[in-house]
Ligand binder design. Structure first.
Ligand code: PGA
Length: 258
């Protein structure tokens, strides 16, 4: 089996306060110290707290991730955060295509593709989120939706380092609902995604890309999911707001790497 180091990210979404973000970041850094050998870790705070969370993660193995950005260096884009600011803040990783941006903020696929390309060109690690709605799953369209979102977002992306790409498979019906994909269903979706990556790039590249599962991941379902051969970590929402729970998930992933 290819040797992929698991990667677990905490997506804090529009949660925390200045004070709780700092405390959560410090607890994640402290608690993951002995685990980051076996698992890459990133935290993705709301943008107003990137600077202080960056201070807390500086010098540690915990990467700083942004939940969103505008795909330009700087300029007249009211309300947005540009790539120059991300560099200034020490952001190493960005989420693109998250379900809430697609379905709640109605971000179109062509903007997602521009963001994906800009992130890679800026030298950031791209966490590309894809996933089907419940209706699409029930209509048997899971793989078709995933592969369409994948190829639309990566169409213009020139990548030769598989470390710079993480795909997060997050079925929309599992996000924040308490409903998790069955491990076998997650594995089937991940396998189809990996095979599409092989068609888009090549086998060596596809074998090295980490594919995270996301959607109601908790400490008590992480082990069963990570034991699937193509599940290489997690993108965690709600459970990443509790340091103990998030660290337990990281521990499962780090253990699964052995
Ligand atoms: P959840 O969110 O863990 O709260 O379901 C996952 C995500 O949206 O990344």
């Amino acid at each position: 089996m290819p040797d992929r180091k698991p990667i677990v990210g905490g997506n804090w979404k529009m949660n925390t306060t200045a004070m709780s973000a700092q405390a959560l970041a410090a607890a994640c850094v402290e608690g993951s110290r002995s685990l980051t050998q076996g698992c890459d870790v990133f935290v993705s705070p709301p943008s107003p707290y990137l600077a202080q969370v960056g201070d807390a993660t500086a010098g540690s193995a915990v990467e700083l991730a942004a939940q969103d950005f505008y795909p330009r260096l700087s300029g007249a884009f009211t309300g947005e955060m540009g790539l120059e600011m991300l560099a200034d803040l020490g952001v190493q990783t960005v989420l693109v295509g998250h379900s809430e941006r697609r379905h709640v903020l109605l971000e179109p696929e062509d903007l997602i593709a521009v963001k994906a390309r800009a992130a890679v060109e800026a030298g950031l690690r791209l966490v590309l989120c894809i996933g089907e709605t419940l209706g699409q799953r029930e209509a048997g369209e899971t793989d078709a939706v995933n592969l369409r979102q994948l190829s639309s977002a990566l169409g213009e992306v020139d990548l030769d380092d598989p470390e710079r790409l993480v795909v997060a498979y997050e079925p929309v019906w599992a996000i924040g609902t308490g409903r998790t994909a069955e491990p076998a269903d997650a594995e089937a979706a991940h396998r189809a995604i990996r095979s599409a990556l092989q068609d888009r790039y090549d086998e060596r590249f596809a074998d090295s890309v980490r594919i995270q599962y996301g959607g109601s991941v908790k400490a008590d379902n992480a082990s069963a999911l990570i034991s699937q051969p193509n599940v290489d970590g997690f993108l965690v929402g709600g459970a990443s707001l509790k340091a103990d729970e998030f660290l337990a998930i990281i521990r499962s992933a780090a253990g699964g790497a052995a």
